[in-house]
Design a protein around this ligand. Sequence first.
Ligand code: G3I
Length: 375
Amino acid sequence: MTHTPHPTGYAGHLLPRGEKDPSRRALLAAPLALGVLSACDRFATAQPAPPPVAPLRSIAPFPIGSAVMSGQFDDPAWVALAREQVSQLTPEWEMKMEYILQSPGRMTFDAPDRIAAVCAAEGVRLHGHALIWYSQGEQAFAGLEGRAFAAAFDRYIAEVAGRYRGKVISWDVVNEPIAEDGNGLRDHHWSRALGADGYMIRAFEQAKAADPDAILFLNDYNLENNPVKGATFLRTVERLLKAGAPIGGLGTQSHLDIEIPAGQITAFMRELGAFGLPVHVSELDASLRRERRGDFRSRPQRLEQQQARVVELAEAFMALPAAQRFAFTAWGLRDSDSWLRRDDKDDGKDQPLLFDDAGRAKPLTAAVAGVFGRG
Ligand code: G3I
C-alpha cells in the first residue's frame, strides 16, 4: 500500500503552507460566504433551509471532536467548519502503524507531526489513535518471535507515545480487542505472540511509561449495536483493570446501526459509565445505507431512525457524570468526509455525520445541539 506523504511542515495554522494567512475574521467569514452561496444554491435546488444552530463546541459542556486527515488542513472550508465546531481532533489514520511503518526499517511522522503541530497552534486537544490494532502491524512484525517480538512491540509504543508526549491528551492504546461476533477476544499476531490479555496489559504499561500524563483508552465498536459484544467488552475491562492494566478511559466508537431497538444505547452507556472512568464517544457516525436486500425503508424513515438513535446516544452521554464525559467525537465533519463515502459500497448518498456535504447544519445537528444545550 503506497501513500503519498502529505507535505511536511505547516503554516502554523489550519491553513495550507504558503497561503497568505488571512486574519481569523476573514477566515471565519468563510461560513458566512458559504451561507450566501448556499442561499443561492437553496433557491436553485429548493433545499429546505438548514436550521440555525450555534456551534456545537460552544453549546456542549464537554469537548466536541472530529476525525481528521492532514490533507484536510489544505481545505479552507473544512478549516472554517472545524474551527467553528470542534475542540478536539483524532487522526483518522495517519497516527496508526499503517502510516508510521509504511516504509520498512523506518518510521514516517510527517503527517502526524503536522496534525500535532496544528492542534498545538490552534489550541485544539489531540486524541492519539491508535497504538495497537489487530488489523495492522502483522507484516511489519513478521519474522520476529519471542523476546525480539516483545522488544519491537515495546519499542514501537515507546517511540510513538514518547514522540507525542505533551502533545496528545490521550491515546487509544488498544483498538478493537473484542471478537467481531462479541464472543471472546480477537485472535491475531499480537495475542498469539504476547497472550490474549497479555498484549493489552503490556501495551497499556508501555504507553504509561512513555506518556504518564496521557489518558489511556481501550476502544471498540458495535458495543451498543451488539449487546453480546458490549458485555464482553465490559467483562474484558473488568479483567484488565483487576490485572493492573493502567486503563484510564473507555472508548465506544458508536458507528451506530440505526435499526437497533430504542434503549440499547442507553443501557450500554450506563454500564460503561459504572467503571467511573472517562468515556469517549470516539467515532460517531450513523449510516443511512441499506445494508441488506429487501430493505424498503424510505429515506425519511431512515433519517428518523438515525436521529432517534443519535439523540439517544447524545442523551446517554449527557447522563454521565460531568467528570466522565471525556469527548463526543464524530468520525468526520461533513457527510462527504466520511469513510463510508469512500468505500466500495458507497452510493454517494449516505449522510452519516452531523454536517452535510457543504458543511451546513442538518435537522440532526439541531437535535444533537438541543440535547447538549440542556447543560
Ligand atoms: O490517502 C491515501 C491515498 O493517497 C492513497 O492513494 C490511498 C491508497 O493507498 O490510501 C489513502 O489512505 C487511506 C486512508 O484511509 C484515507 O482514505 C488508507 O490507505 C486507508 O487504510 C485508510 O483507511 C482508514 C481505516 O480506518 C484504516 O486505517 C479510514 O480512513 C478510517 O476511517 C478507518 O477508521 C477506523 C478506525 O481507525 C477504527 N474504527 C473503525 C474505523 C472505520 O473503519
